[in-house]
Design a protein around this ligand. Sequence first.
Ligand code: URA
Length: 272
Amino acid sequence: MRLKIRLIRGIRCKKSCEAKFSDMDSREKKIDSLIDGFRSYLDQLRGEEVEYVISYGKKPEEKKVVGEKKVKKVKKMVEHLPEATLDRLKKLEEEVGRCLRCGLGKTRNKAVFGEGEIKRGVMFIGEGPGANEDIQGRPFVGRAGKLLDKILASIGLKRKDVFITNIIKCRPPGNRDPKPDEVIACWPYLEEQIELLKPRVIVTLGSPASKTLLETSQGISRLRGRIHDYQGIPLIPTYHPAYLLRTYTLENRKKVWEDMKLLKNFLEGEVG
Ligand code: URA
């Protein structure tokens, strides 16, 4: 027997059934109509002696060459840096990708090295990857990341204008706080990133990042609002966007805005 197989992407109903949708109110009627449309399409296929319909949702993705992508990623963020620095950054990113210095190496999906541009000299440092970051291998891509984008936009910066990373590069299971031994194990990576990228200014997001860089036990509420110093680099601590999402009060938003104004003024050469 000869088989006719047709490959379809999604099922679209015909014009007549789309027209019916516009003057129907209820969702159920729309669904019934869609099913009717689909049935008649199948009848039509049967009439054409098509025996199988294979449906697929997305265009199959082209296979990516992982190594090449990594090189491009590092190049994109720091194109203007010397070749030797670029090479070292690339190696460091690879090291982070296969790191097993603490237990998080066994449970992570993807390590999150960090990304962005350092041309303007701004480095944002958060706490550690969450679930979305662990899947994508990129920092701040979840809800907190969307808010971070807005915070940056409030002073005319885009995500791609700054370099964003975290004090730990792998996700703690269940989004728990990083343990001290995990922060210690991961510290040399961040230390070297700072050495290589040479930011003009660092913004730490939340208590863990601020305390780690400033080697203090003071919490973020006491640290924020002024410019500190990390090894000769001005450091501005502010609330973590995830904290801001949990306590979205006018008072807290004002405080973050004040901290961002400090950053803006610093970049414009007015303070620091
Ligand atoms: N929170 C962080 O501290 N870092 C991320 O990358 C995402 C959420």
